[in-house]
Design a binder for this molecule. Structure first.
Ligand SMILES: [Zn+2]
Length: 370
């Protein structure tokens, strides 16, 4: 059966309403709209969705892991800003290393370029779910049609992508997958209640309506899936961890927006960092029980010490947003705030919520107990 998978980045379950997302609201009502339980993860979320493997099983969790990066080692000596270096970095990763998960360098300090590498080698279109079928995958910077890759590094907005995607509909393709990301960008910049955010929510709803209606008109007897990876929380306070650890010259660390990870060469540094982290009230060091609860992989490359912030708090500076920070964020412990995504399917399912790692079973084999 021809299947459309529309991935609306950041469209949390709690943002679905008659007023702001009328199409999704009604389509969900006529079919099935489920709460999609999110994870304490970044990269690991879409991977879990498409493979059914949790980060603890696949080892795909965050954008970067502690792993030698030879391309980064070379690029660190080129005196250009990270934003510009990100392009040769992505191209070298693609053409030299054969990676399809192409990361930017964001605000990663140069001294760490050689020490951290992508948390996964491949983007999800390399996974079985796509590879055993004919497919169209559209997620920046890739437009892939049956493994024929077109790279497009120009920043395209979602409107452009929707038009291009619709034009690709043809009789010979089974799976159509598109990821729209403008809502994620808007929510980071303006938070969850701003006027611009509401406008973007409505735009995303209209994109969904356009894509689904075109798809159903062309392929009446088809499967439609609309999903999102997570919701969003407004930032109430920034925490400057960089300042507290700036005198430690012999440690390696990665500051994600909401997660700080450390690697040590001496026991003394480890103890002191743990002492500093324990004094931060709005977060916690993950112990083994937490890692089990949140499905965090256990290898050393994921962090010898992992500290996670409470919802609403943000590390500034961090290696993603740099020194500026932002108004909205995701990537928190999912039992501490409503950060769940959505799962809409044009099939009646007698269920209100679904775990991310149950989705594959449902759409692939229909074997979920419903
Ligand atoms: Zn985001």
């Amino acid at each position: 059966m021809k299947t459309l998978i529309l991935y609306l980045d950041a469209l949390g379950y709690r943002f679905i309403s008659k007023e702001n997302t009328p199409f999704l609201y009604n389509y969900g009502k006529e079919n099935s709209l489920l709460r999609l339980k999110t994870l304490l993860a970044y990269t690991g979320i879409e991977h879990t969705f498409i493979t059914g493997e949790l980060p603890s099983e696949s080892g795909i969790w965050t954008g970067f892991v502690y792993k030698k990066n030879y391309i980064g080692k070379i690029l660190r000596f080129i005196p250009l800003p990270n934003s510009i270096l990100s392009y040769p970095y992505a191209l070298m990763n693609y053409y030299l290393s054969g990676n399809t998960y192409l990361s930017k360098l964001y605000h990663i300090p140069r001294k760490f370029f050689g020490k951290f590498n992508s948390g996964t080698k491949h983007k999800i279109w390399k996974k079985d779910f796509f590879q055993k079928r004919s497919f169209v995958y559209y997620g920046w910077p890739f437009f892939v049609q049956n493994n024929k890759v077109k790279l497009d590094f120009i920043k395209r907005n979602d409107e452009y992508k929707v038009k291009k995607f619709i034009k690709s509909f043809n009789d010979n393709t089974d799976i159509y997958f598109i990821q729209l990301v403008d809502l994620d960008k808007t929510m980071h910049e303006f938070g969850t209640v701003n006027e611009d955010t509401i406008k973007e929510l409505r735009r995303q709803d209209s994109y969904a309506s356009i894509i689904v209606n075109e798809f159903k008109a062309k392929f009446p007897d088809s499967r439609v899936i609309i999903w999102s990876d997570h919701g969003f929380i407004d930032i109430k306070e920034e925490i400057n961890l960089g300042e507290k650890i700036k005198n430690f010259k012999n440690i390696d660390y990665f500051l994600d927006s909401t997660i700080a990870r450390f690697w040590f060469k001496s026991e003394k540094d480890r103890e002191e960092i743990i002492r500093i982290l324990s004094r931060i009230r709005h977060g916690k060091i993950l112990d083994l029980k937490d890692k089990d609860k949140y499905n965090i992989p256990l290898g050393k490359e994921f962090g010898e010490v992992i500290f996670v912030l409470e919802p609403g708090y943000l590390f500034v500076p961090n290696f993603h947003q740099g020194k500026i920070g932002c108004r909205g964020m995701h990537g928190y412990m999912p039992d501490k705030a409503d950060l769940d995504g959505i799962f809409i399917i044009n099939k009646k399912i007698n269920k209100k919520e679904i775990e991310l790692n149950e989705v594959l079973g449902l759409i692939e084999y229909g074997n979920l107990q419903v």
